[in-house]
Design a protein around this ligand. Structure first.
Ligand code: ATP
Length: 220
């Protein structure tokens, strides 16, 4: 399903940052908050803004919330409001509802009321930053499952000028370099003779332990 129009409930730090980025990416965003000042601040940024209490069904109905492909409930502290807004968006028929949770229990309740996806921005960012702090060359990663990861690793000096054949992470550690992002462009499915340089980013796929071994071998 391609999502084009978003309604964001709550324009705090998370909701406003999300809204800005969606606009940058070329999407239409309706921002809703009960705080008039915040709404005013975002009025030049988002496609539409409304001062409203998102726990009132009639209000959500009157602003046409159901016409949006995706609703994001970005209310944190007021857990009751977050849950009510989520239920109302789902009941109004918004296809995809994503909600931010401030705790595990909050997330579990959101799941019980039928949210399509729960996000834990603080918890997830904490985990991400911890990984990046202990492995300075780890730029980013995606956990494919509990066992498998795709990691973006900066190429350290010790690998600069070496071909994939020489580095041979697959033969040595079991993980594979599936792409090399070079300043001039990305090489997808690189071949043995492709050479790494310090400006490059390697995209590596493998089990967590294979990737860890590879990282340790290159001194990270
Ligand atoms: P952030 O970390 O994103 O700044 P937060 O986790 O501290 O947010 P809150 O400040 O509680 O979360 O909520 C975010 C925004 O949601 C606030 O601007 C608040 O005014 C708005 N908000 C809370 N309840 C409602 C509601 N019932 N209807 C509309 N907006 C609401």
């Amino acid at each position: 399903m391609k999502l084009n129009q978003f309604v964001i409930i709550g324009l705090g730090r998370f909701g406003s940052s999300l809204g800005r980025e969606l606009i940058e990416l070329g999407y239409e965003v309706l921002g809703v908050d009960r705080d008039e000042e915040l709404v005013q601040e975002m009025s030049n940024v988002l496609t539409h803004v409304v001062v409203a209490d998102a726990t009132e069904e009639e209000t959500l109905r009157s602003i046409g919330a159901r016409n949006f492909d995706c609703g994001v409930v970005a209310i944190g502290d007021d857990i009751q409001a977050s849950i009510l807004a989520t239920i109302l968006l789902k009941d109004l028929g918004v296809k995809k509802v994503v909600a931010k949770a401030v705790s595990d229990l909050h997330g579990r309740v959101l799941e019980r009321v039928g949210v399509d996806r729960v996000i834990y921005p603080e918890r997830d960012m904490g985990i991400r930053v911890a990984h990046q702090l202990v492995s300075p060359n780890l730029l980013d990663y995606i956990e494919l499952s509990k066992k498998y990861t795709i990691a973006e690793l900066a190429v350290p000096q010790c690998l600069s000028g070496k071909s994939l054949n020489e580095v041979n992470p697959r033969g040595r550690y079991g993980c594979s370099i599936v792409a090399i992002n070079k300043p001039k462009g990305i090489i997808i499915a690189p071949v043995a003779k492709d050479v790494l340089s310090t400006d490059d980013v390697m995209v590596v796929i493998g089990t967590n332990s294979q990737i860890e071994l590879f990282q340790e071998s290159i001194g990270q």
